[in-house]
Design a protein around this ligand. Structure first.
Ligand SMILES: Cc1ncc(COP(=O)(O)O)c(C=O)c1O
Length: 416
């Protein structure tokens, strides 16, 4: 969707500045420059309500969950379980037990990969999105190493999202598992995950969708996508670091071998044998990141209170404005940029090294990410060592883009 930036920002039906002002970190100078934060895909900034919810928990309710008879523990447990219900509703899971708190997307995928170790065998095929973040590749490589399974990358089309024809051809190999990105972190390209999941199911494959870059920008409905597993991190959706979600279809989640064992996940323990408890506890061994879970709950309430359609239109109009301004600047190679991409623009300046560009931007107060973006196989396919990535969030405004383009123009003058 492309909406002219001025249409949204001038005729806005909502007060964008009021939303932006909820993020106190953005109101600061770096040396003499205003901070221009264009690294939301790495981690989003946090609104006041998230910061306050975590402080409030530590000031009033701090106790371990699920353990004690006392009131503080009861309050902490109630808040913690309330967030599980919030997440269930946020992604439209059918049961709260299908929502597992982890420490982030990386841990969630590792839990699935380790959990499937008894279900895969030698020569079973795992299809992996070839634009995947390393978090959605390396755990499958470990699983393959441990079981003798074989990984096959799913080729990309000219827009650098999954090539449906190549994918369909690979499905004829009857893979056991398909692991795909909803939105790619390096490029912001979007996959039609409902269609990809449906095709995978026709050949009986399990499906995992990495939603780390989608969850803050798209309404995610796991029942509509119909995947077996959907994973994401709190810190990319205006929540704190240290908490993530593993959603799993109950029957498949229940079959996973627990990656972590110990306290809280058991039914009974003796020196001879242990029996595991039920979901979700079975997959939440040890003390969880309670304050981070509570912060995630505050982030969900915050997002739910925003005018979602307007914000999405705002983000999409900013992204196309950003793409256009980069094209107008000249000597810029945009990588995989389409009108449908979400949140991210990847680019290089002529033949200049991305790190040099990033450092010179930083000196002007602009925060972007430069490197391989944890997607080295994608960089190899593109035949580049890395690139710069500017990424936006719901607080980004037109002034951020203008500051960035002016600063990049200065970098261009200096280097070319
Ligand atoms: C698409 C994608 N998957 C996985 C991850 C890993 O997330 P985390 O570091 O929060 O575990 C990221 C982080 O950038 C990502 O963008």
């Amino acid at each position: 969707m492309t909406v002219p930036v001025d249409t949204v920002l001038i005729n806005n039906a909502f007060d964008h500045q009021a939303i932006r002002s909820q993020f106190p970190i953005l109101d600061q100078q770096l040396d003499d420059n205003p901070l221009c934060y264009l690294d939301t895909a790495a981690t989003s900034q946090k609104p006041v309500c998230v910061i306050e919810a975590m402080t409030d928990y530590y000031q009033h309710d701090n106790a371990n969950v699920h353990r004690a008879a006392h009131q503080l523990s009861a309050r902490a447990t109630a808040s913690y379980e309330h967030v599980r219900n919030q997440v269930k509703q946020f992604i439209n899971a059918s049961r709260t037990e299908e929502v597992i708190f982890t420490h982030g997307t990386t841990e969630s995928i590792n839990m699935v990969a380790a959990g499937l170790s008894k279900q895969l065998k030698a020569n079973d095929i795992i299809l992996v999105d070839s634009a995947a973040h390393h978090a959605n590749l390396v755990p499958w490589q470990q699983l393959a190493k441990n079981t003798g399974a074989v990984i096959k990358p799913i080729p990309l089309n000219e827009h650098l999202s999954i090539d449906i024809n190549a994918y369909s051809a690979l499905l004829s190999l009857k893979p056991k598992l398909v692991a795909i990105s909803h939105v790619t972190n390096a490029l912001g390209s979007v996959n039609d995950v409902s269609q990809l999941v449906e095709l995978a199911q026709q050949v009986g494959a399990l499906t995992l969708v990495d939603g780390a870059q989608a969850i803050a920008h798209i309404d995610v409905d796991v029942q509509q996508i119909n995947c077996d597993f959907y994973v994401f991190s709190g810190h990319k959706m205006y929540g704190p670091t240290g908490v993530g979600i593993l959603y799993g279809r109950y029957a498949e989640l229940d079959k996973l071998e627990p990656l972590l064992t110990g306290g809280e996940m058991i039914k009974s323990v003796s020196f001879d044998a242990t029996t595991f408890g039920e979901l979700p506890n079975k997959l939440e061994a040890g003390t969880p990141a309670i304050s981070a879970v509570i912060g995630l709950g505050a982030a969900i309430s915050f997002i739910n209170g925003l005018p979602k359609a307007e914000l999405l239109a705002h983000e999409q109009s900013l992204l196309s404005y950003l793409q256009d301004e980069l094209r107008n600047l000249g000597d810029i190679t945009l990588i995989g940029a389409t009108a449908h991409n979400i949140g991210v623009v990847a680019f290089n300046l002529a033949q200049e090294h991305h790190q040099d560009v990033g450092i010179l931007l930083d000196q002007q107060g602009i925060a972007v990410r430069c490197g391989h973006h944890c997607a080295m196989p994608l960089m190899q396919q593109l035949n580049i060592k890395g690139c710069c990535r500017a990424s936006i969030g719901l607080y980004t405004n037109k002034q951020d883009i203008d500051l960035f383009i002016t600063a990049l123009g200065n970098v261009k003058e200096l280097l070319l």
